[in-house]
Design a protein around this ligand. Structure first.
Ligand SMILES: O=P(O)(O)OC[C@H]1O[C@H](OP(=O)(O)OP(=O)(O)O)[C@H](O)[C@@H]1O
Ligand SMILES: Nc1ncnc2[nH]cnc12
Length: 170
């Protein structure tokens, strides 16, 4: 199955000059969705994972399903003001703008093995912020795992301290 057929390019979204990779056609197709989940799990090659960390909001699309298959917990990283308990916070820049991610202070225990998952690796700003939050809490980032990597933005270089795996490259 060619998964690229289910990812659509939207020019000038969310701003002029950005070509947005829209994965909603893929999410809407049960066969493609199953293939993606199996592909992402294959990238892990049997690594033991305690927690899957997913970034709001598209990291929530597949992160919990991966966690269930790995027999791991799921930890949501959220945009500011959304998490109700005490949080760690990390500011970052991304391909189109800047933001802050928050994580509950008790979401990860010291020494836990963490998989970072998101739909897209672009500049790597979001993933780098996620890794920092996990490490602040004492977790160990075992792999950063993406559905799509935009190779030309070189996000992988920004998170070169970690193992980076992506299912599809553009
Ligand atoms: O590698 P980067 O340049 O940091 O970009 C990647 C991030 O951008 C998108 O999230 P966005 O902030 O648009 O939020 P959304 O998932 O809520 O659409 C995407 O889901 C990644 O999290
Ligand atoms: N070009 C892009 N398409 C979809 N999501 C993104 N996140 C950052 N850059 C993106």
């Amino acid at each position: 199955m060619n998964l690229n057929e289910f990812i659509r390019d939207i020019p000038d979204f969310p701003e002029q000059g950005i070509v947005f990779k829209d994965i909603t056609p893929l999410m809407g197709n049960p066969v493609a969705l199953q293939a993606v989940q199996e592909g992402l799990l294959d990238l892990l090659q049997g690594l033991k994972i305690d927690k899957v960390v997913g970034m709001e909001s598209r990291g929530f699309f597949l992160g919990p399903a991966l966690a269930m298959h790995l027999n791991a917990g799921f930890v949501p990283l959220r945009k500011p003001g959304k998490l109700p308990h005490t949080t760690l916070k990390q500011a970052y820049g991304l391909e189109y703008g800047k933001d802050v991610l928050e994580m509950h202070t008790d979401a990860i225990e010291k020494g836990e093995r963490v998989l970072i998952h998101d739909d897209v690796l672009a500049t790597g700003g979001t993933a780098e912020a996620a890794c920092k939050l996990v490490e602040q809490a004492g977790g160990v980032v075992v792999q950063c795992n993406f559905l799509i990597e935009l190779d030309f933005l070189k996000g992988r270089e920004r998170i070169s301290a970690y193992s980076v795996q992506s299912l599809l490259h553009y």
